[in-house]
Design a protein around this ligand. Structure first.
Ligand code: ATP
Ligand code: MG
Length: 293
């Protein structure tokens, strides 16, 4: 199966008919391959991404924003690690968005995002993002209470208004040369439990376990409806969501890599061409070097 076909299985560009229950977290598509073959395929994807990134950097026009959202232990960190590992670190910036600091809370919620957006020619990875503003903040109303918004502005329309603002923000970024891809790593509740237990039972993984994650897990259904609603309201051609099966990590990585590759191929990136004046300069430089005593 080609990369484009693989990515298209999970791509949502029009959220109107989107239902999370249509997507199986344990899906492996039609890819009937073993671990070694999956590894080999990912190596090829990584090589292709590295070539694309070199052109992105050289051309210095587009930027790429990759957003990762998921429940805890869905594999955001490992997807980022494995898919981006062939990329020149100079061309890539990763930002992890945690609960906002006091300074951040003193501003609108996009403030910290704007400062973290990738420059032209770069790939920016958001490990969580402004989508938390319609996810955790929606599921836990006490967080909204701490945002110190003027009371009159907090109405029952607040989530629809946030979707509208996010849509506007993403359209603005797209019109300014940012390729936006959003990944929801869709892990099942059972698989999350297995991974939590693994973190608890294996001493070397204890550091990854956060007892607070179990409290978030208790709100699983609320989170799932918040994700579903967010995807429904913010999927678009210029900022698609990919609902990536996340119960099998090898498959998650292949889908994420395929989606990035396919979208970046679509930018038709080229190394900058040197014009005739530039070529003449190069010729003269060569001559000067050759004539050095
Ligand atoms: P991991 O647990 O795999 O290390 P993580 O992304 O869960 O990665 P944590 O430090 O555990 O990292 O959690 C970050 C927490 O910050 C999440 O619970 C998330 O919901 C919360 N968070 C992020 N953005 C916001 C926000 N705008 N408002 C409130 N909470 C937020
Ligand atoms: Mg966490």
């Amino acid at each position: 199966m080609s990369r484009a076909d693989l990515a298209s299985l999970y791509k949502v560009t029009d959220g109107r008919k989107f239902k999370l229950s249509d997507y199986d977290p344990a899906d492996c598509g039609d890819l009937d391959i073993n671990k070694a073959e999956a590894k080999e395929r990912l190596e090829q994807d990584i090589k292709s991404l590295s070539e694309l990134q070199e052109k992105l950097y050289a051309q210095d026009r587009w930027s790429v924003l990759l957003i990762f959202q998921a429940m805890d232990a869905a594999g955001k960190d490992s997807a980022i690690e494995h898919v981006m590992k062939g990329i020149n670190p100079q061309g890539c910036q990763v930002h992890s968005f945690k609960a906002p600091s006091a300074i951040e809370l003193d501003h609108d919620y996009m403030w910290r995002t704007s400062c973290a957006l990738p420059e032209r020619g770069r790939i920016g990875v958001f490990n969580r993002s402004y989508y938390e503003e319609v996810l955790v903040v929606r599921v836990r109303p006490e967080i909204l209470g701490k945002q110190r918004l003027p009371q009159d502005l907090v109405t029952k329309n607040i989530w629809q208004e946030r979707y509208e603002d996010i849509r506007g923000f993403e359209r603005y970024l797209a019109r300014n040369g940012t390729l936006i891809l959003k990944f929801f790593l869709n892990v099942s509740k059972e698989e999350q439990k297995k991974r939590f237990l693994d973190r608890i039972d294996e001493p070397d993984k204890n550091w990854k376990f956060n007892p607070g994650d179990v409290a978030e897990r208790a709100l699983w259904n609320q989170y799932m409806s918040a994700y579903e609603d967010a995807i429904r309201n913010t999927a678009s051609e210029h900022a698609p969501w990919y609902v990536v099966p996340a119960d099998k990590k090898w498959y998650t990585r292949l889908v994420v890599a395929a989606a990035i590759d396919e979208a970046m191929q679509g930018l038709n990136l080229q190394f900058p061409k040197v014009d005739s004046v530039g070529l003449e300069e190069i010729r003269k430089s060569r001559e000067a070097l050759m004539n050095e005593k």
